[in-house]
Design a protein around this ligand. Structure first.
Ligand code: COA
Length: 158
């Protein structure tokens, strides 16, 4: 059954819970405390948590990264989804959907025109999640991951 999630900004006191979700989701590829602290400083307004009735079940981080040019939207800002993960025990209940929806809303308010991300091509669950939410594949990134795994750049026009 879907859970009602409140989405709010990350605070330093949330760090241990974020690390728990991260390790349970990515194992040896998990980001460490230092990297999350850096994201908190650099992209704090878009480092978000999905909170259910009792616990924080997921987090996402997006950073506004620069501008892209094309004939129609000259100089529009772009953002990248740096990471998103949900506690394995809480998946399939809408936490990631709530996080993405809130991220998109916040980005639009800032006038950001595009959200990109990198996903492992072998991560079928995440790929499907992004495709169902309107992201399209832009290009392949062979050998992007440390273990030689291939990445796929995806993009959502906001
Ligand atoms: C990808 C991920 C963030 C999705 O999180 P989530 O909170 O389960 O996502 P939601 O519940 O909002 O949506 C999941 C979709 O799978 C379906 N689903 C149903 N049961 C599910 C289950 N037990 N587990 C996962 N998904 C399930 C949902 O109905 C939904 O379907 P839809 O796309 O047709 O709407 C999560 O699987 C995760 O943390 N994966 C590991 C980390 C990861 O790969 N991150 C992405 C890196 S690029």
């Amino acid at each position: 059954m879907p859970t009602h999630y409140t989405v709010r900004r990350f605070k330093p006191a949330d760090m241990d819970r974020v690390l728990e979700i991260e390790r349970a989701s990515f194992g040896k590829d998990a980001y460490d405390r230092k990297l999350f602290a850096e994201y908190g400083r650099k992209c704090g307004g878009l480092f978000l948590l999905a909170e259910g009735s009792r616990t924080v079940d997921g987090y996402s981080i997006a950073c506004v990264s620069g501008k892209y040019s094309n004939l129609l939207k000259l100089g529009t800002s772009v953002a990248s989804l740096e990471s998103i993960a949900v506690d394995p025990r809480a998946r399939g209940k809408g936490a990631a959907s709530s996080l993405l929806k809130s991220t998109v809303r916040r980005l639009k308010l800032q006038g950001v025109g595009r959200l990109t991300l990198m996903v492992r091509r072998s991560n079928a669950v995440a790929l499907r999640f992004y495709e169902r939410r309107g992201f399209t594949a832009v290009r392949r990134a062979p050998g992007y991951y440390e273990d030689g795994g291939e990445g796929l750049v995806m993009r959502l026009t906001l």
